[in-house]
Design a protein around this ligand. Sequence first.
Ligand code: 5GP
Ligand code: MG
Length: 182
Amino acid sequence: MEGDIERILIDRNSIASRVTELGAQIASDFELDTGADRLVVVPVMTGALVFAADLVRVMPMRLRLELISASSYPGRATTSQGVTLGSGPTDGLRGAHVLILDDIFDSGRTLAAVRGLVAATKPASVRTAVLLRKEVGRAVDIEPDYVGFDVPDAFVVGYGLDYDGWYRNLPNIAVLRHGEEA
Ligand code: 5GP
Ligand code: MG
């Protein structure tokens, strides 16, 4: 598997310290802005699984998890094929303060679609956080409230991000060797 990697973009230690920082910032902003003592975290499956697992463990507050699933790079696609939303929370978000988590923000369509679905359930507030943001033009008029790292416009894997379902377990965020994606 290591042989499939062209280069490591963000190593596991950098990810860990940034996630710790983000968790502390999100938790303290949340308390200041809302005065609320509980939060519902909504990770977008499957890519945000690893990010969410690490982030919620550095947010020392009362929270629940509600999963939602979305797909825009089905199978071997390395360009967006349009967002498909899977099943998501229905009643659990009504009146709740919600934090949506995604792995990577690219065109913005996924976050816009998920945000729309969440907003329709009438939550008290919605915030969004992404681990990575690509330095490219957006297709939609939405920016995440929190960003872990800005990354160049390359197809990345690891730390939850996949190619055709693989590589999610890599501890680093990496660029695949050219040809592995063929
Ligand atoms: P957007 O809807 O913002 O264009 O794309 C966001 C979604 O596409 C993310 O949730 C992620 O699943 C997928 N995605 C976008 N760029 C990449 C990438 O470089 N690598 C991987 N593995 N997935 C990506
Ligand atoms: Mg995804």
